[in-house]
Design a binder for this molecule. Structure first.
Ligand SMILES: [Zn+2]
Length: 479
């Protein structure tokens, strides 16, 4: 499951390893913002007064983009086919030649060309001369050109199967989607996910349940829901089995997972092949003395909704007891509100040593990500990877979201998920239930992916998505 859901706004997770790229992008955007602001003021847009739909809004949204499927709703916009052709042409011939071929020769208007690159035409430019769209187009072209272009030689299912068969060092990126078939809640889904259970906790934002500051203040909030995300049985999905199969075939370079359920281990994926980008329940650490235990040492407490105490702390307190602990003042009130109890300035209060809380080693908001991620990706995997397979994640959350952009552009990238993403260009999109997709890929590769959730006689129907050469939908026949 994804631990850190940030569908909108700033990502709270630190990504030290991508700072260089981030700075570049920020500088570029700043320059673009200035350029666009000039255009806006020239055409009389009052940027201070703009609402959410305008290109210059107060919440920092500089340019609004639209998805490919919105093109058909915009009068005068490129068709999807035209848009794809323009994008390909740009990557093929470069920026200067592309501008020469289009704007200079007046084969298309700047306004229309903006839509080819997903720019939502700002209202303040309505009725303006075509030149007014030039700065916007410049931004759009730069943005498109800096994207990793799709590799045109990889499109079909056969291509995907061949890549699998020939690859020697595969990076697999995984998210919540590979565990949902096991009934593990997806944090990101608002209604069916875990967040819907959190309303009664009185949190202003459900993400607070994974906020380290709130955990330190009152760990009971986290432990009241922790049992719902605790891995229970030793089960795993066919997709986890697929990752193990890649390992068995000597093809798995690294599985970077956003999931904290540690289910990969159940499937037999070795710890040295895994980077758990958001930590996991595999171990737990005392917040006071840093004493570490295997995760299952605190599972009983978690299942009962109790706050697990550190046994090392308990022991050291016990040895202090004879001289250290004085008789406690009798209290008429209960001590349920720990904070109030601690804040009391009453001088009659005794110092009562309390054991530290055992915190599962999952990464909370406000905590640094495990170092291993960037170290391994940049200093080891980047040179070796010859195929990337992204499974069951919308790739919106750092640091995993950064991986495709950090790898050399000639490394093929395959995407397996229920819904396509538009912010990254994959070479082949295999859409559907990931368990179904990987089992069909294995069938076609002649690999034996045995799993009780895959019926022996399963037949899978694959249909192309209209308008895309490289997008395919997988469905079990009769399902
Ligand atoms: Zn401790």
């Amino acid at each position: 499951m994804d631990l850190v859901p940030a569908p909108s706004g700033e990502n709270p997770v630190k990504t030290p390893m991508v700072e260089v790229e981030a700075v570049d992008v920020a500088e570029q955007l700043n320059a673009e913002a200035v350029a666009l602001e000039e255009v806006a003021s020239e055409f009389g847009s009052d940027s201070d007064d703009s609402d959410g739909d305008d290109a210059l809004s107060e919440d920092g949204e500089i340019i609004q983009f639209m998805r490919d499927d919105q093109l058909q709703d915009v009068p005068g916009a490129c068709t999807l086919e035209e848009a794809m052709a323009y994008r390909k042409r740009l990557h093929d011939i470069g920026k200067a030649a592309f501008v020469e071929e289009t704007l200079v020769r007046e084969t298309v208007t700047a306004k229309k060309l903006c839509t080819a690159f997903g720019i939502k035409l700002p209202e303040f430019l309505d009725g303006a001369p075509d030149e007014a769209y030039h700065p916007l187009l410049a931004i759009a072209i730069s943005r498109e050109f800096s994207r990793r272009p799709k590799l045109s030689q990889y499109n079909t299912i056969d291509d995907a199967v061949k890549l699998l068969q020939e690859a020697k060092n595969i990076i697999v990126l995984t998210g919540a989607g590979i565990s949902t078939s096991l009934g593990i809640p997806d944090f990101r889904s608002k209604d069916t996910g875990l967040y819907s259970k959190l309303a009664h906790l009185g949190l202003s934002d459900p993400q607070e349940v994974f906020d380290i500051h709130i955990f330190r203040e009152d760990p009971r909030i986290f432990f009241s829901i922790a049992k719902d995300i605790l891995p229970t049985e030793k089960k795993y999905s066919p997709t986890h089995g697929f990752i193990k199969l890649l390992q068995d075939k000597g093809k798995l370079l690294t599985n970077y997972t956003q999931n904290i359920d540690n289910i990969e281990a159940n499937a037999g994926v070795r710890a040295e092949k895994m980077v758990q980008c958001h930590g996991s329940f595999a171990t737990a650490t005392c917040v006071k003395c840093n004493f570490k235990v295997p995760g299952d040492a605190i599972f009983d407490d978690i299942r009962e909704g109790k706050v697990p105490e550190c046994s090392a702390c308990v022991e050291s307190i016990a040895t202090l007891k004879p001289q250290g602990l004085k008789r406690k003042r009798s209290s008429t009130g209960n001590q349920k509100d720990r904070k109030e109890f601690e804040d009391s300035s009453d001088e009659d209060d005794y110092e009562i040593p309390t054991p530290g809380v055992m915190k599962p080693d999952i990464t909370f908001f406000g905590e640094d990500l495990p170092d291993e991620f960037g170290q391994r990706l940049v200093h080891h995997d980047r040179e070796l990877a010859d195929l990337v397979i992204v499974i069951g994640t919308s790739l919106k959350v750092a640091p995993v979201a950064e991986v495709p952009g950090i790898l050399p552009r000639n490394v093929p990238q395959i995407y397996i998920s229920r819904t396509p993403v538009s912010h990254t260009d994959f070479d082949i999109d295999l859409l559907g239930d990931s368990d179904v997709v990987v089992s069909e890929l294995c069938r076609r590769a002649g690999w034996n992916l045995e799993h009780h959730m895959i019926p022996a006689d399963e037949k899978v129907d694959i249909t192309p998505v209209e308008g895309y050469e490289s997008r395919h939908v997988f469905k079990v026949v009769g399902a």
